[in-house]
Design a protein around this ligand. Sequence first.
Ligand SMILES: Nc1ncnc2c1ncn2[C@@H]1O[C@H](COP(=O)(O)OP(=O)(O)O)[C@@H](O)[C@H]1O
Ligand SMILES: [Mg+2]
Length: 413
Amino acid sequence: MAASLVFRLHDRGPELVREVLLERGWEEYDKRHRHDEDWNLYWRASLFHKSDYYNLMPWQRLNHHPKTVGITRKDYLTRNLRRMRTTFGSGVYDFSPVAFILPNDYIRFLAEYNRQRMSPGLPVHWICKPVDLSRGRGIFIFEDIKDLVYDSTVIVQRYISNPLLISGYKFDLRIYVCVKSFNPLTVYIHQEGLVRFATEKYQLSHLGNLYSHLTNTSINKFSPFYKTEKGKVGQGCKWTMSKFRHFLHCQEVNELILWQRINNIVTLTLLAIAPSVPHCPNCVELLGFDILIDVKLKPWLLEVNYSPALTLDCQADIAVKKGLISDLIDLMNYRWVDRFRDRAYKRKLHKCLKVNRSSYVSMPALTNVKCSTQKVKEKKQSQTSKHNFRSEQRQRSSSASGQSGRLHQDFPF
Ligand SMILES: Nc1ncnc2c1ncn2[C@@H]1O[C@H](COP(=O)(O)OP(=O)(O)O)[C@@H](O)[C@H]1O
Ligand SMILES: [Mg+2]
């Protein structure tokens, strides 16, 4: 009899992952009763240690690729996108607002600030964000440089002051992206996602009102207007992406171009680090892309989140995140053979397995165990498994593989 699949959570969370896996019949790892290697999935919100990657067994998966911090920290993202813009041109890499890392780029920022001040037209606004904080912490918006005060490394980014509004409220999109491989780049964009609203009407004259300018739920759930009806937005501060799509449809907006642009943003951003991410076939990465849409329907990349929040604050969260995690587990492609991990190391197969570490399916010793009825079951399962990660983009990274870059997108989500 093969054992159940086993998951291991660092720091006892996230609860949603536990819930989804238990519902799927997995067991939770308990180090008092299990061998060190007796697990199939290790999930942690923070970084894994290098040794976690080196010691991976063929039946084990991790929920992070190594070295993705190159896009998930605001200053690294700024630097990497700047490098890509220099290499491939601002015609392609035109989706992130101009940004400066302070204090290092202070002189450059000053030059740009003065250039904007001198040019005719509407005044330009800037947003200052600490590089290593999240959830809207430490963020402020300013117009005059005398209001720029910081005591840690920050990025100062051009503020997109003409966002698309719904009933006068600002919003941004949380796009969930699963990277199965960086080389070749294999990416799935979840068709569901979240639309996150500010809870006070957008007013450029009140730059200090974070309930009007920031769309983070962690801020807006404390707004006095969180529970009140806010025009078409309704109560609370979140919609599902389906609801947003329906809304666009009713407004007769041609959303196809919008989703294509968002797909491009995701791919081009990931390409900035793809060549530098070590090959790790047993890893997946779930990223949260924050995208703001302006009045001209142009999407802008604000940041990329490592370990996007999996807390369930409202109905929209429940509708989106449970399916998201379930689909992610499907994408990890666990097979019957992964349940034989206990037999594998008990039979002292370690040595043989370590040689084959890069591909867990090519282990004859284990694959032979699979009986034919199970094969039929698996086939049926894979046929019926419904992935909401519908948009797969593959890119052979030119610099990593030596082949010329070819972008292939199946369809927008
Ligand atoms: N350049 C920008 N223009 C307009 N709004 C922005 C900009 N950058 C951030 N915001 C607003 O601030 C919020 C928080 O910024 P973000 O970069 O996502 O940092 P955090 O890690 O704190 O979430 C965004 O969700 C968005 O509402
Ligand atoms: Mg954010």
